[in-house]
Design a protein around this ligand. Structure first.
Ligand SMILES: Nc1ncnc2c1ncn2[C@@H]1O[C@H](COP(=O)(O)OP(=O)(O)OP(=O)(O)O)[C@@H](O)[C@H]1O
Ligand SMILES: [Mg+2]
Length: 268
C-alpha cells in the first residue's frame, strides 16, 4: 500500500469532529495550506476563534502548532488560505500593515524572548515606547500595574539572567499583554515550569481574560492545564483540525482517537 493510501485510510478511520462554534468570531482561519519543501504541515486547516474564549490547541510534536500561531500574526505566510481579522485577510498584508495588526494580536514566545541587556522595567517599557504615544508617566503606571498582575513587584531593576525560568515567562507574557491586545497567542507557556509557577501562569491567563476580555489561543502539551483554563479544545492531526469542541465535551469524548491522545498514547 502506498503512503497516500495509508494516509487516506487513516483519515477514514479517524473521522474529524468539529462542533459548531457559538459566539462572535474574532479570527477565522480558512483552509490554510502550508508546506516547507516536501514537508506538508497544514493541509486545509480551518477554525474560528471566538471572542473572549481561551482555545487550547493540542497536537503531537511537529504537527504545526507553532507555525499556526506564527501564521496568525503574519510571521509566516501560508501557501494558500485566508485568515480573517476584523474583516481583513491578514495573509495579504504588507510588513508595515502587519505592524498595526501586531498591536492587537500578540504572540508570547515559548522562552519569553526577553532582551538580555535590558532590565525587567526596560523590557516592559520597550513595546509601549515603540508602538504607542503614551507619556512616560502613563508608561510607568502601566508597568507598575503589570508587575503587580504577574506578582513581580520590586523586580524592575533586575536583568533577565537573574530571574528564574518561571519569572522570565511571566515577564515575557507581561510584555505582550502590556499592549492590551485583543488576542493573545501563548506558545507552550507552562513548558518547563514547576507546579507552583504553572499555576501562577494559569491564574495570570485567567485573570487577564476576565479583566480585559481577551481572546487567547493556548498551544500546549500540558493537558491538565488546558482542562483548567480552556473554554474549548482543538486537536490537530494530519495538518487539519481533527477535534474542536468545548472542554467538557472533549473530556467526555468517546472518540478512540481523542481518548488515545488524552491518555498520552503514541499517535501514528
Ligand atoms: N521555518 C521553517 N523551515 C522549515 N521547516 C519548518 C520551519 N518552521 C517549522 N518547520 C517544520 O514544520 C513542522 C511543524 O513545526 P512546528 O514548530 O509548528 O511544530 P509544533 O507542533 O509546534 O511542535 P512542538 O510541539 O514540538 O513545538 C515541523 O516539521 C518543523 O520542522
Ligand atoms: Mg511548537
Amino acid at each position: 500500500m502506498s503512503v497516500t493510501d495509508a494516509e487516506l485510510n487513516r483519515e477514514v478511520s479517524r473521522p474529524a469532529s468539529v462542533a459548531p462554534a457559538i459566539g462572535k468570531p474574532v479570527l477565522s482561519l480558512r483552509n490554510i495550506v502550508k508546506s516547507f519543501g516536501s514537508k506538508k504541515v497544514h493541509q486545509g486547516l480551518s477554525f474560528d476563534l471566538i471572542e473572549g474564549e481561551i482555545l487550547a490547541f493540542f497536537g503531537g510534536s511537529g504537527t504545526g502548532k507553532s507555525v499556526v500561531l506564527r501564521t496568525m500574526i503574519g510571521l509566516e505566510k501560508p501557501d494558500s488560505g485566508e485568515i480573517l481579522f476584523e474583516g481583513v485577510d491578514i495573509t495579504k498584508l504588507t510588513e508595515d500593515e502587519l505592524v498595526q495588526i501586531r498591536k492587537k494580536i500578540s504572540y508570547i514566545f515559548q522562552n519569553g524572548a526577553l532582551f538580555d541587556s535590558m532590565t525587567v522595567y526596560e523590557n516592559l517599557a520597550y513595546p509601549l515606547m515603540e508602538h504607542t504615544k503614551l507619556s512616560p508617566e502613563q508608561i510607568d503606571a502601566r508597568i507598575k500595574e503589570m508587575l503587580e498582575l504577574i506578582g513581580l513587584k520590586g523586580s524592575e531593576k533586575l536583568l533577565p539572567a537573574s530571574l528564574s525560568g518561571g519569572m522570565q515567562k511571566r515577564v515575557g507574557a507581561a510584555r505582550a499583554i502590556i499592549m492590551k491586545p485583543k488576542v493573545i497567542l501563548y506558545d507552550e507557556p507552562t513548558a518547563g515550569l514547576d507546579p507552583f509557577n504553572t499555576q501562577r501562569l494559569l491564574d495570570l491567563m485567567k485573570r487577564i481574560q476576565k479583566r480585559e476580555g481577551n481572546t487567547a489561543v493556548f498551544v500546549t502539551h500540558d493537558i491538565p492545564s488546558a482542562f483548567e483554563v480552556a473554554d474549548r479544545i482543538a486537536i490537530m492531526y494530519n495538518g487539519k483540525i481533527h477535534t474542536l469542541d468545548t472542554t467538557e465535551n472533549v473530556k467526555r469524548s468517546k472518540d478512540p482517537f481523542v481518548q488515545a491522545f488524552l491518555a498520552g498514547e503514541e499517535i501514528k
